[in-house]
Design a protein around this ligand. Structure first.
Ligand SMILES: [Zn+2]
Length: 488
């Protein structure tokens, strides 16, 4: 047991289950005890985001929105419903989504003349509008995004935030004069994701999906796969080069600089906000609840006065002074002067992942210092009053660095090379992420999935890796080095 301060009282509830032993149970309990998600709504695949989750969600949204807008994206909002006729216009896209779509067939007690679909993604909502908006090269590039929920009738077991029938995301829809512009956008999307995921301390693989595994209607698809503590990976963002697939289907054209009529090349970028929250919770959390970097939890710093006997006044006035001082220094600080015991307060703020707690009691008043507890390592240190704002500022950086390093170390430890089919089977049984030479054949990937449960996630695009032998599974000549993992 980690040390508690002598007068902190005992924990009001037992710690959470061990994340390493039973991630699923740990996850369900932390969602409930930290009051993040309520699963009792009563419709399969739909959950309620409580304030403690929604605050983090809004912060993650704004991190992405800031990055997108800094790179020329403008916000928009498309309707939730899409006319059936529009949904059907791009054939691959329809095939990819139709068995996951919610339909609206009736309203006002009467059947609708034309069925509406509830957006599973919004390509077929935006492209008819693009056809009205884009006329000339001067209208390009067009870079739009919306922050909304989308709806997919998942038939696999649903899990809160990880796989739901309603989930929160950001989708961008961008149009360019040519392929070069669109491919530059893909790079930019990957950079946006990298910047935000790094500032959340997450570890990830950036991969190009195999050609048979693309987004329906895309030329190529790129993904961020985050590593979860049980060795599975979770797709948290994807960006797709759509070529002219959608602009052809929806007759979007423009007159170029030479006076010729052409079709724009387009991209779309989906950022899974619900899944990003799940990855944040699972990656950093521990037996005492959430662990979060500065800027995400409800507060960055909580001050807990420890009052015993007649010393209340000195303790409280010091606590108030610290609150003012740290607030003036720009920190999101909260003085918890509620009537709960210090032990209850410790439990609550640790469960919510508040990065720094300051304990102020009689000893701290007399000694001119503060007892500082950092949530990531659960270590205490003494900080002189005069040094406090500086030390808290340092911790904003140190805690994020520590969380990020831990996550990347786990990812590096997890990756193992397979040369043969036996290697793949053994490493899959061990729950490792597998790096292997791969032939690029869909049937080979299917056989791997059937025998091991592992998916070929694709080739990493942030490092240059070339095949050094034949396909680890089938022995045919290898086309590339890929990563295989169990997907959440
Ligand atoms: Zn093969």
């Amino acid at each position: 047991m980690p040390a508690r301060s002598s007068d902190g009282g005992s924990a009001p509830e037992a710690p959470l289950p061990d994340k390493a032993e039973d991630l699923g149970r740990w996850y369900d309990e932390v969602l409930e005890r930290a009051e993040l998600i309520d699963v009792r709504y009563g419709v399969k695949g739909f959950v309620v985001y409580r304030p403690n989750a929604m605050r983090i969600v809004k912060r993650v949204y704004s991190m992405f929105e800031r990055e997108l807008e800094a790179r020329g994206h403008s916000p928009m909002l498309l309707p939730l419903v899409i006319p059936m006729a529009n949904f059907r216009r791009e054939t691959e896209h329809v095939k990819g989504f139709e068995d996951q779509v919610f339909y609206i067939t009736e309203a006002g007690g009467k059947p609708l003349n034309e069925k509406l679909i509830v957006r599973p993604t919004s390509e077929t909502a935006i492209y008819p509008m693009m056809a009205l908006w884009i006329h000339s090269y001067k209208d390009l590039p067009l870079k739009l995004y919306q922050s909304v929920a989308v709806y997919r009738y998942e038939t696999k077991a649903t899990r809160p935030l990880l796989r739901g029938r309603e989930f929160l995301w950001i989708e961008t829809h961008d149009a360019f004069e040519d392929e070069r512009g669109a491919l530059a956008q893909i790079k930019e999307d990957l950079e946006v994701a990298r910047r935000v995921y790094e500032s959340l301390g997450l570890a990830f693989l950036v991969v190009e999906r195999e050609p048979y595994d693309k987004f329906p209607g895309a030329e190529s698809s790129y993904a961020y796969d985050a590593l979860l503590p049980n060795g599975t990976v979770l797709q948290i963002a994807t960006t797709h080069y759509l070529g002219e697939h959608f602009t052809r289907a929806f007759e979007v054209t423009f007159v170029d600089r030479e006076g010729n009529r052409r079709r724009p090349h387009t991209t779309c970028f989906g950022i899974g906000i619900s899944r990003t929250l799940a990855a944040l919770i699972m990656t950093h959390g521990d037996r005492y609840g959430l662990v979060l970097p500065f800027g995400l939890s409800v507060h960055d710093v909580v001050i807990v006065p420890i009052v015993q006997g007649g010393s209340a006044e000195g303790v409280l006035s010091k606590a108030r002074r610290l609150e003012e001082e740290l607030g003036a220094a720009g920190f999101n600080v909260h003085l918890d002067d509620s009537e709960d015991t210090p032990g209850d307060k410790f439990y609550r703020w640790e469960m919510l992942g508040v990065p720094v707690r300051l304990e102020v009691g009689r000893r701290e008043v007399e000694g001119g210092y503060v007892t500082l507890f950092r949530r990531d390592t659960r270590e205490r240190e003494r900080v002189a009053d005069a040094d406090l704002a500086r030390r808290v500022g340092e911790l904003a950086r140190e805690i994020l660095d520590n969380l990020r390093r831990r996550a990347w170390d786990r990812l590096a430890e997890s990756v193992a090379d397979a040369r043969t089919r036996e290697d793949v089977v053994r490493l899959a049984r061990e729950g490792r992420i597998i790096r292997a030479n791969f032939c690029g054949e869909e049937e080979c990937a299917r056989a791997i999935k059937e025998e091991t449960g592992y998916e070929v996630r694709g080739r990493r695009i942030d490092v240059d890796e070339r095949p050094t032998g034949n396909c680890a599974w089938c022995g045919r000549p290898a086309k590339r080095v890929v990563y295989m993992a169990k997907a959440y």
